[in-house]
Design a protein around this ligand. Structure first.
Ligand code: API
Length: 300
């Protein structure tokens, strides 16, 4: 079939990612293709990371990010690690510079296979997160929420990592909360005019947090990298932890922490794994796809 592009089904700490190679093409992955791919259990995903030809001098690629509902996102930490792993496997290179709508990202693969991404600088100004109401101090905002009767869910820390995040501090295991029920209410709360990624964060020690996220445009996911960054920064900003923490992503089946460092130069560095699962070809207009034969499989 004409017009098919290569893609890889990958995951970043369980976060389901499709890395789609759109280089050499003028078009984009359509929301319709995203919705169709998400509807098939084989390709069901949290984010598509579409690799496009670079637009700016000195960058390796332009990355277009889609959520599973077909909406577009400005940042995806776990997906960016998957892109690094895919391009490192293709080129043998270790370091890359990407451009997204949120800015420039530098990333590198280490000897042990882990990948670090410089996620840029956090944004705290209420109108740039954005919030719909003015707050001088966005490290603790107040939400009016009728139907939710859990007091901890009323005063999150808000910030942007290129995409909007609300971090709710909880004193118990984040898995103990009914995030499936109140995630959609909080994601779509009128305080967040562009919606928000909703994270429950528990402080374990001065060096560690446990998190679980309801993602804007994707719902409950097994892991969310930009939310881990937002939780780490919000924790340091409010004196809950130091500036380097290990994040135990409670919902992830991969029992490995994400390491987040909020450097003195204000950049947030996220380090963690990425895993290739299988590859195929897809039509970026419709989402129709075929899987490559697994290595060792026989063609009939
Ligand atoms: N899973 C992603 C976050 C996607 C963000 C997206 N849900 C949005 O902002 O709309 C991550 O690892 O950072």
């Amino acid at each position: 079939m004409a017009g098919l592009v290569e893609f890889a089904k990958m995951n970043g700490l369980g976060n389901k990612i499709l890395v789609v190679d759109m280089r050499g093409r003028p078009d984009k992955v359509t929301p319709e293709a995203a919705i169709a791919l998400n509807a098939d259990p084989q390709t069901q995903f949290d984010q598509i990371m579409a690799i496009h030809d670079p637009k700016a001098h000195g960058t390796d690629a332009w990355i277009d990010i889609l959520n599973s509902d077909g909406s577009r996102a400005q940042a995806c930490g776990n997906g960016t690690r998957c892109v690094v792993q895919a391009l490192a496997a293709e080129t043998g290179r270790k370091a890359f510079t990407f451009q997204t709508v949120a800015g420039i990202l530098n990333a590198a693969e280490h000897e042990d296979g882990s990948i670090s991404v410089d996620m840029g600088k956090p944004v705290f100004a209420w109108n740039r997160i954005p919030l719909s109401e003015e707050f001088f101090d966005t490290s603790r905002i107040e939400l009016q929420i009728g139907p939710i009767d859990a007091p901890v869910l009323h005063s999150p820390s808000a910030m942007s990592m290129g995409n909007p995040h609300a971090i709710f501090w909880v004193d118990r295991d984040p898995m103990a909360f009914d995030l499936e029920r109140f995630g959609p209410l909080l994601e779509n709360h009128p305080m967040f005019p562009e919606k928000a990624n909703i994270t429950l964060a528990q402080v374990i020690s001065k060096e560690s947090l446990r998190t679980r996220t309801w993602e804007r445009g994707a719902g409950l996911t097994l892991a969310c990298g930009s939310a881990a960054c937002a939780a780490a920064v919000s924790a340091a900003r409010t004196g809950r932890t130091g500036r380097r923490v290990e994040i135990d992503v409670a919902s992830s089946p991969i029992r490995q922490p994400l390491v987040i460092e909020w450097r003195e130069d204000d950049h947030v560095i996220m380090t963690g794994p990425a895993e290739w699962e299988w590859s195929g070809r897809l039509d970026p207009r419709t989402g129709a796809f075929t899987r490559d034969l697994e290595p060792g499989a026989q063609a009939n």
